[in-house]
Design a protein around this ligand. Structure first.
Ligand code: NAD
Ligand code: UDP
Length: 314
């Protein structure tokens, strides 16, 4: 299969490219290198079955492919709020371009959507049938609403043009190849701990998330893309059903590093969701998917990665 991966030089995208070439596919990675890095895919460059195109998906792209994974979009609040208008353009115009391509070449397309479509959820845990609670005018809206419109476009192209769609609602995923300066909580805490700095806990640290290790996430992504049931066009949550507060994350990281970690409180960002937990029943029933890597094991592997990166940059 010829496969297009937008955002292919990013954290998740680079792991997906690895998996696809291992599975014997030919991969075209497209990235504007805003938050991604050539380092993430350095080991793939030069292979006959891998190609990187430096391209921004707000502009049309003409390639012949069988599958499209649309992952291009900054995912960390720091980066998606840096240029919020561009974030909306990436989600909306990028999605339109990728759906136009999928329609033209009759490719199956998977959109990397997000648990952020549930906003600050009034239903807990979050099940796919819940419509969400998003502030449309807040600082996070460029990302949350952009992703919601992207889902709308996916469904309209499916109904109107019979495009073969997959919508994956990804919950907080962490692991090797997150950027040192990514800004999301797992990489922030690990980098701070390894550098002997206090961990920046926003608010009182009682807010919760479902954390998923990258390897589990990629297994779910491939399983969803390959799934061909009559309900394949419906959104599927991929996330852990363990709910972890930021204070508990500090404790677990302390167990991994075998020492107590200092923390410093910082203000809670605007509209930061209070609770988040994936209802992953649909993923389990339809895809046979469930996460296998515990938080402690995933953090251990991620700590190893950041140790090496920090040692190399020193
Ligand atoms: P990331 O920032 O590492 O990767 C995003 C990639 O997209 C980067 O390589 C970036 O350079 C590229 N990109 C951004 N805008 C682009 C544009 N206009 N044109 C071309 N390339 C562009 O983040 P990630 O964690 O790997 O996220 C990948 C996808 O998964 C994103 O769409 C994100 O919204 C989604 N997602 C991730 C998580 C998570 O926890 N990691 C959760 C929910 C959704
Ligand atoms: N967070 C934190 N310290 C940090 C970075 C994030 O306490 O250094 C908190 C943040 O307020 C949020 C949670 O961790 O409640 C997850 O944040 P992240 O940016 O990783 O993802 P998102 O908010 O998009 O789920």
């Amino acid at each position: 299969m010829r496969v297009l991966v937008t955002g292919g030089a990013g954290f998740l995208g680079s792991h997906l490219c690895d998996r696809l070439v291992t599975d014997g596919h030919e991969v075209i990675a497209v990235d504007n290198l805003f938050t991604g890095s050539k380092r993430n895919i350095h080991h793939l460059l030069g292979r006959h079955d891998f190609e990187l195109i430096r391209h921004d998906i707000v502009n049309p792209l003409l390639v012949e492919v069988d599958w499209i994974f649309n992952l291009a979009c900054p995912a960390s609040p720091v980066h998606y709020q840096y240029n919020p208008v561009k974030t909306v353009k990436t989600s909306v115009m990028g999605m339109l371009n990728m759906l136009g391509l999928a329609k033209r070449v009759k490719a199956r397309i998977l959109q990397a959507s997000t648990s952020e479509v549930y906003g600050d959820p009034a239903v807990h845990p979050q099940v796919e049938t819940y419509w969400g609670n998003v502030n449309p005018i807040g600082l996070r809206a460029c990302y949350d609403e952009g992703k919601r419109v992207a889902e709308t476009l996916m469904c309209d192209y499916h109904r109107q043009n019979a495009v073969d769609i997959r919508i994956m609602r990804i919950f907080n995923t962490y692991g090797p190849r997150m950027a040192v300066g990514d800004g999301r909580v797992a990489s922030n805490f690990i980098v701070q701990a390894l550098q002997g700095e206090p961990l920046t806990v926003y608010g009182d640290g009682s807010q919760t998330r479902s954390f998923c290790y990258v390897e589990d996430l990629i297994n779910g992504m491939i399983a969803l893309m390959e799934y061909a049931g009559p309900d394949a066009h419906e959104p599927v949550n991929i996330g852990s059903s363990d709910e972890v507060s930021m204070n508990e994350l500090v404790t677990t990281l302390g167990e991994v590093l075998e020492r107590d970690l200092d923390t410093v409180r910082q203000p809670l960002p605007q509209d930061d969701p209070v609770r988040r937990r994936a209802d992953s029943t649909r993923a389990r029933q339809r895809l046979g998917w469930q996460p296998r890597i515990s938080l402690k094991e995933g953090l251990t592997r991620t700590v190893e990665y950041f140790r090496e990166v920090l040692a190399a940059s020193a």
